[in-house]
Design a protein around this ligand. Structure first.
Ligand code: ADP
Ligand code: MG
Length: 371
């Protein structure tokens, strides 16, 4: 399949790409107005776009082998949509956000092909939105910048796909690349693009455990954080920097708040390490960065209680494997993936060893990034 076969032999006018992302540090901090540190992964979503000549928008995903035809009003033509045609709402949302800003977005054909795994926590949804917005920007020559692209993408996801997401995923997809990480203050959107720690690579392994409880667990943690902030008299837990302040909170709010406060501090420490990393001391910098990742996992496991036994096993194996500087669960938890900082060039070796051990526990781990 390609654009021409799906869209009556027409050729695309533009093509745009956007990567998925993985968060290195700063988990469950974004809805507390805190700090995050994601980087882009090599997997990308590509969209090709060309003008449509029948007054309808046509979207086709090669990955889902699914096509959606909709009018300007967003109503679908033809058969009833299946559940998966949810994908069209991300694209339709991007169009609507731009139209509301006063831009004229004429009907177009859009073809999607992606190597970002869907629903694995690597943010295929943000990659789809950012690629779509980049393509539309190019096609219609719109004067919008990369930060606005991230913001419009987030609005599309919240208001049209009805997913309550923070801004991290879209900012990472729009501003980071695989050699750089994005330090982002999710309150002010102040940001810095920093090189990945020198001498290290990223390894992402999926635990094979589906994130079944992620939705309800996530909402509960959000509510707990809001309650903790209210009791402490701050707008958001980001406003607490001295961890001793959380000690007066009742459990489990004390633990939850302690995770958020220490996690924010870990992100700030990590960027300090990277900014002062020099040629002679780079291994010790990597070790320090790795220790922060290990501490993040312990905090997510013990204080935030969003880990599961399989993730703990996988992280433990990673942390004990030579060449691994640090490892932790990444994403909301309750299953899903782990991220590790490993010695450059050792990715494949490490992944093979780790997966062999992990799968002996009866799990099916899957290498997503690295190697
Ligand atoms: P994640 O962003 O972690 O991968 P989400 O549940 O947020 O998981 O987003 C996944 C959804 O995004 C898919 O169910 C689909 O609707 C949409 N999507 C992402 N990538 C594609 C793609 N290549 N083709 C069609 N839809 C996609
Ligand atoms: Mg997503």
């Amino acid at each position: 399949m390609n654009f021409q076969t799906i869209f009556n032999n027409k050729s695309p006018e533009v093509e745009a790409l956007a990567p998925g992302r993985v968060n290195l540090l700063g988990e469950h901090t974004d809805y507390n107005d805190g700090f995050v540190l994601p980087t882009a992964i090599p997997q990308k979503t590509a969209v090709q776009i060309g003008f449509s000549d029948d007054g309808l928008y046509h979207f086709y995903s090669e990955d889902l082998n699914e096509r959606v035809d909709i009018g300007e009003d967003g109503f679908r033509t033809g058969s009833m949509p299946t559940l998966q045609s949810q994908f069209a709402s991300y694209i339709f949302g991007c169009i609507q956000v731009l139209k509301q800003l006063g831009y004229t977005i004429l009907p177009f054909n859009l073809y999607i092909k992606s190597s970002v795994p869907m629903g694995s926590g690597l943010s295929s949804s943000a990659a789809l939105e950012v690629a779509t917005l980049r393509g539309i920007r190019q096609l219609f020559n719109l004067p919008i910048n990369d930060v606005e692209i991230a913001q419009f993408a987030q609005q599309a996801e919240i208001n049209y796909a009805h997913v309550q997401c923070g801004i991290m995923d879209q900012m990472a997809s729009s501003l980071a690349d695989t050699k750089h990480m994005l330090f982002l203050d999710t309150r002010t959107l102040e940001r810095r693009v920093l090189p990945l720690p020198r001498g290290a690579s990223i390894l992402v392994i999926d635990s094979g455990v589906p994130r079944t409880l992620a939705g309800s667990g996530y909402n509960q943690r959000r509510a707990e954080c809001e309650e903790a902030a209210q009791i402490l008299g701050v707008k958001a837990l980001r406003d607490v920097t001295d961890v001793s302040r959380v000690e007066t909170l009742p459990e489990p709010l004390r633990k939850r708040a302690r995770h958020v406060v220490t996690e924010n501090n870990r992100v700030l420490e990590a960027i300090q390490i990277v900014e002062t990393q020099d040629e002679t001391r780079h291994v010790s910098s990597l070790q320090k960065f790795g220790e922060l990742m290990n501490a993040s996992h312990a905090s997510l496991r013990d204080d935030y209680e969003v880990s599961v036994p399989a993730l703990d096993i996988l992280v433990d194996i990673l942390q004990k494997t030579p060449g691994v500087f640090g490892a932790r669960l990444t994403g909301a938890g309750f299953g899903g993936a782990t991220v590790a900082l490993v010695a450059q060039g050792e990715e494949s070796n490490i992944a093979t060893k780790v997966l062999e051990k992990y799968n002996n526990y009866g799990h099916t781990g899957n290498l997503l990034v690295g190697g």
